[in-house]
Design a protein around this ligand. Structure first.
Ligand code: BDR
Ligand code: CA
Length: 323
């Protein structure tokens, strides 16, 4: 029996999702992967998830398709960042690995209603998870923890206020954040501290294995266009892979804004009790007051050991070896 942490991953691969999958498949016990529409359409995200199981030598990991469309919003994609097929300019052949027939939402419901030792990782819009919670109301008592790449304690990326995964489907995010399920949130305030550059693409090319070659190709797309790219989803899963990578976090109350003219999709973090003598330092990470007593629903990651993250990332990719 494996002593690795059991996880189910809901994701929208997506360049940084692929890096997260490389890390999870190597270090965690991945029970299943559910695809959601997000960075690009579901027909690509589910295909890319299947491809990643083959590339990493784990085609035994089941892959399910969930929802393509958000609950209310028209779909918003990030194809300028991830390419139309989600993998930059890399075109892949249709994987041999087949998609499971069961709908991704039914898989989530069945899995968590029947097991209580699996962490749910979310790396895309929260549509599937919200739909699963609506379909089976008991589910909120059954999911022990969600590790979520989403939101931000500071600025957004889709808009000045909202991070992409939350912005795409704010109604879904609201259902999940209000569910009472313990959530660990790794938002842009942490993940933007990671910056991969064209030099990192060269380092990947020098590893010489199929996973590293693929990693170099997809990273070249974003690092090449923007000069610097953050592997947000890989940063998020690093909290489970090597907990020392996240060096500071705080439990606070987080609401998801669904109505604001400028703030729809924002994760509104209640830092009131943290804003002490030096509010300019923003979140001082230590409670200064107990005045408002908001009920914490999210553990928000605040600080990050980028050097250690890079080490784990490159070691992981190198460890795949020749296949
Ligand atoms: C998140 O949005 C997507 O584009 C990435 O895959 C990541 O999950 C970052 O805001
Ligand atoms: Ca993603």
């Amino acid at each position: 029996m494996s002593d690795k942490r059991k996880v189910v991953i809901d994701c929208d691969p997506g360049i940084d999702d692929c890096f997260a999958l490389m890390m999870c498949i190597k270090h965690l016990d991945v029970q299943g992967i559910v695809a959601v529409g997000g960075n690009t359409g579901l027909k690509y995200t589910e295909r890319n998830a299947r491809y990643m199981t083959e590339l990493t030598g784990r085609p035994d990991i089941p892959v399910y398709a969930g929802y393509d469309m958000p609950m209310i919003n028209k779909p918003v994609r990030a194809t300028e960042v991830h390419g139309s097929g989600g993998l930059g300019t890399v075109s892949i052949e249709e994987p041999k690995k087949q998609l499971e027939k069961q709908h991704g939402v039914d898989y989530l419901v069945d899995t968590f209603m029947n097991h209580d030792d699996i962490t749910l990782i979310t790396l895309g819009p929260l549509t599937n998870v919200a739909q699963a919670l609506l379909k089976e109301p008991e589910l909120k008592k059954r999911i022990p923890e969600i590790l979520c790449m989403g939101g931000s304690a500071l600025a957004g990326n889709a808009t000045s206020a909202a991070e992409f995964n939350i912005y795409v489907d704010p109604e879904a995010a609201k259902i999940v954040f209000e569910s009472g399920i313990p959530i660990r949130m790794v938002g842009l305030n942490v993940t933007r501290q990671n910056g991969m550059t064209p030099e990192d693409v060269e380092l990947l090319k020098n590893i010489h294995n199929p996973v590293a070659d693929f990693a170099a190709q997809i990273m070249a797309f974003t690092a090449g266009h923007y000069g610097r790219t953050s592997l947000c989803d890989a940063c998020a899963v690093s909290w489970l892979v090597d907990p020392a990578i996240i060096t500071k976090s705080a439990k606070v109350h987080v609401d998801v804004e669904t109505k604001g003219e400028f703030t729809r999709g924002m994760t509104v973090c209640d830092w009131r009790e943290y804003m002490g003598k030096n509010p300019k330092e923003d979140i001082v990470h230590e409670k200064q007051f107990s005045q408002w007593n908001p009920v914490p629903n999210v553990e928000v990651a605040l600080e990050f050991d980028e050097k250690r993250f890079r080490q784990v990332l490159f070691d992981t990719i190198a460890s795949y070896g020749d296949r």
